[in-house]
Design a protein around this ligand. Structure first.
Ligand code: OOB
Length: 543
């Protein structure tokens, strides 16, 4: 088993400790502290279930002992694909306590993605819901186990069928090992991924807890806050910006929404007096529209964080008039760096920028194609280094060479402008990925799937601006055979065992791809050209 680690060069680690960012706190210690300080305060609300901090702590300890009793050994990895359910928390805190390492998979992932994550992380077990959002994860667990022989246990919350019940994975907590080291890896987050399948992001207790704690301060989260998890709990945004882990760190209450649609979410905001939540831009648009009907009392909502994709100024301007709360834009990434507009910022900043970094020690550079710093106000590539930004992905030397500079900056892949006061305006992506409502899609990965079809000769995936999704995906395909239909190819893609958001929104068949005089174009140039031609022709011939 490959060791999992995240190492900052010692002078940096020393500075981050000395500055008080890394305080030697771990997730198990954090939950224990809360269960001692506020045992009866409600930590998790999932439908009719309300778990206090004491409940959550006891359940986590029992699971920790149960997982070890199953034969899982400290340091082993466990793929977690749970929806927004209370068990997400008891299982994940149980894994932390047993020194097991959760690997977060999104509920939308299908066989291709979970197999990749399980193999790359060498996962020994898989934890999922029986059924969530009308999908049966027991069947997925069965296929996963068949594909990945090293994965020994499939553990199911709810009706397990032939698998192990999560409820049954409990034992007497006496004799648990000591808490993990604060500098050890707490979990593997997954990258949005601009090339190929998701990469694994090892985040330490020290660095992640710092980002949650600092986010709480920036977003005004205290033990009186109520955080609604509207986005998938496993995603970095609702996890740490300030997210459910931030909320738990503050002793606040976490309310789980099974869906982010306004009907479900508004009812929860009213019932639980939710004070803060986070959304991707298309959902924020939907909420603003739904709020016009004034069906629910949303007066408890203080702060709405919007991020994951660019929130346009016209939409940002409407947050307060429609939802009656303060907007905070958030521009973050699972690799680390997170930027927020601040609560007291003037409207013009909140509406037009994606915020500024969390930490005084976030070392952010904006550079040209040759790596030279550009003047503030000039577009360039964003590089980041700091107390909660990783220095390397897990087990991926090629990605590490591409994604990090020799002096340790993470190449975010984002093109930005830095404005006065260190505020950042995101202009777009340098690479070819599609940011579809906050879900990141790698052009390369989808093209690979399309090329696997026997009748597809070549394919290029590009992003097209879309009024509701921000961006949608459009595949240009050269078919080997006459008469292939977009719907047939889409249906075939859906059967490939990939997350549904990766199936192209639109497929355009073309006879050939234009090439340069030399007969060669890079994939990047080809995608750019197809996109430009498409946008020009749709402007000239609007539908
Ligand atoms: C968040 O994390 P990821 O890892 O899914 O995606 C990161 C990428 C960024 O590199 C950027 O391309 C894009 O998502 N992004 C934004 C944005 N926030 C993220 N692009 C424009 N405007 C924004 N406000 O998406 C994430 C993680 C933590 C907090 C918030 C979002």
């Amino acid at each position: 088993m490959k060791p999992i680690q995240q190492i900052w060069p010692e002078p940096f680690a020393e500075r981050y400790r000395a500055a008080g960012y890394w305080r030697g706190e771990t997730f198990p210690a954090m939950l224990r502290r809360q269960s001692e300080e506020r045992p009866d305060a409600v930590a998790i609300v999932d439908g009719a279930r309300r778990w206090t901090y004491r409940d959550l702590h006891r359940r986590a300890e029992a699971h920790a002992a149960g997982f070890l009793k199953l034969g899982l050994a400290p340091g082993e990895r466990v793929l977690v694909q749970l929806g927004n359910v209370a068990e997400f928390f008891s299982a994940v805190f149980g894994l932390f306590r047993a020194r097991l390492v959760p690997v977060y998979s999104l509920p939308a992932h299908r066989l291709t993605e979970v197999v990749h994550l399980a193999r790359r992380s060498e996962a020994a077990a898989y934890i999922a819901c029986d059924d969530y959002d009308a999908f049966d994860y027991r069947a997925l667990g069965r296929e996963l186990k068949a594909e990945v022989p090293g994965l020994r246990n499939v553990i199911i919350a709810g009706d397990p069928q032939e698998h192990l019940p999560l409820d049954g994975c409990v034992a007497e907590a006496a004799g648990l090992p000591a808490d993990p080291e604060p500098s050890s890896v707490a979990f593997l987050q997954i990258s949005g991924g601009s090339t190929g399948l998701p990469k694994l992001i090892p985040r330490t207790h020290d660095d992640y807890i710092y980002s949650c704690r600092a986010s709480n301060e920036i977003c005004g989260v205290s033990d009186r806050s109520v955080y609604l998890v509207a986005l998938p709990a496993a995603h970095n945004f609702p996890m740490s910006s300030p997210g459910h882990f931030g909320a738990l760190h503050a002793g606040a209450r976490v309310v789980l929404a099974a869906s982010a649609n306004p009907e479900t979410a508004f009812a929860l905001i009213e019932r639980e007096r939710v004070t803060i939540t986070g959304l991707v831009p298309p959902l924020a648009l939907l909420w603003m529209k739904a709020a016009e009907r004034k069906t629910h009392d949303l007066s408890s909502l203080d702060v709405l964080l919007v991020g994951g994709a660019k929130f346009l100024p016209e939409a940002a301007r409407r947050v307060r008039p429609t939802l009656g709360c303060t907007l905070q834009q958030v521009f973050g990434m699972a690799e680390g760096l997170v930027n927020y507009t601040r609560l007291g910022d003037p409207d013009e900043i909140v509406i037009n920028t994606q915020g500024r970094p969390i930490s005084p020690d976030d070392d952010v550079r904006v550079v040209d194609d040759d790596g030279n710093s550009v003047a503030d106000g000039t577009p360039g590539h964003l590089l980041a280094r700091g107390p909660y930004t990783i220095r390397a992905y897990h087990d991926d030397p090629a990605a590490n060479d591409r994604s990090f500079t020799p002096d340790g900056y993470y190449r975010t892949g984002d093109v930005v402008r830095r404005l006065p006061g260190g505020y950042i305006e995101v202009l777009g992506r340098a690479g070819d990925h599609i940011n579809r409502a906050g879900e990141k899609i790698s052009a390369e990965e989808v093209e690979d799937h399309l090329l696997a079809h026997p009748d597809v000769f070549d394919a290029a995936l590009v992003s097209i601006p879309d009024p509701s999704l921000g961006e949608r995906s459009c595949a240009f395909v050269i078919a080997q055979k006459e008469g292939m239909k977009p719907s047939t190819l889409k249906a075939w893609m859906r059967q490939r065992g990939i997350a549904a958001f990766k199936v192209p929104d639109q497929i355009v068949f073309v006879d050939r791809f234009a090439t340069t005089a030399a007969g060669k174009v890079s994939r990047k140039e080809l995608r750019a050209q197809l996109r430009d031609d498409f946008l020009t022709s749709s402007r000239e011939n609007p539908a």
